[in-house]
Design a protein around this ligand. Sequence first.
Ligand code: SF4
Ligand code: SF4
Length: 337
Amino acid sequence: MKYTTLGKTGLQVSVVGLGGIPVQRTDVKEAREIVEECMKQGINYLDTARGYTVSEEFFGEALKDCRDKWILATKSMSRDYEGMKKDIEISLHNLQTDYIDLYQIHNIKTDEEIEKCFGENGAYKALVEAKEAGKIGHIGATAHSLEAFAKLIREYEDKIETMMFPYSIVENQGAELIHECAEKNIGFIVMKPIAGGNIDNTVLALKYIVNNPDCTIVIPGMGNAEEVRQNTCEEVFQPLTAEDEEECKKIVKEVGSQFCRRCGYCAPCPQGINIPSNFLFVNYKRKYGLADWAKSRYATLDKNASDCVKCGLCETRCPYDLPIRDMLEKVAKDMDY
Ligand code: SF4
Ligand code: SF4
């Protein structure tokens, strides 16, 4: 395992951390096994979220006797002061700890959300209070859209210490902003390293990220001890070879032609469909086997794939020429709507 400093937080983290989405399909016993294997392999960073159903609770149980060996990160979708204050307490309770190392504002999407979070009675105020009270150590943010990413690291760089955004062999639209994070010493946390399950060669996917000096830490979701061993094998920490580069190009060609990068250029859809979210949620079902969770997230969308009237406007805007109408039809079928 290799270790590095998580930007301004000063925390010493393993460059591969434990992502907490797949633990939802396990139980407390398996969560313990995952945690134990991670420690064996030198992983000391764990990322979960209020929104990952039982994830915080399972990890709370699993970390009972080894909390001090871990740098613990979680996040909340709350945007206002009261909501965030409440969520911090719930996270502390669920994780069975009195201190969370990093608390993140989860998946900020729009300018309005950003302004609300950092406004007078916003979530950020509750995070600062918790930090002053010694309940959390550091404050970060996560996003899926480039616009939110850019705004957060350019206009709120004095407030956030870490930033999380998707990055992978097939999803490198954030590369310039990730470099900006490195220049500003904002710890950059890579989510979706295997592009939501679209890349089969996990070892190469992680190696690609570990070899990018702008990326601080990558947090692949791991649902059993075998996945932990695979994601921490020696190969992950070797330099990329010419063969690897060739393989990456092949993956981009194969996966890239049918893969949504969540760039958002297809918006707005006249029917009000959030196109990238439809693809994101269906992947939780298809690739992670989290059918119930995927469907519950899908159900929160005001409009979904079945509302598509096939006007084709989005396809004229997608820089990756994705057959969005066909893809949405498959999403609608998959989600039983
Ligand atoms: S084809 Fe469907 S998703 Fe695309 S813009 Fe038209 S209604 Fe929206
Ligand atoms: S469908 Fe195309 S334009 Fe829309 S978010 Fe995905 S990659 Fe971007």
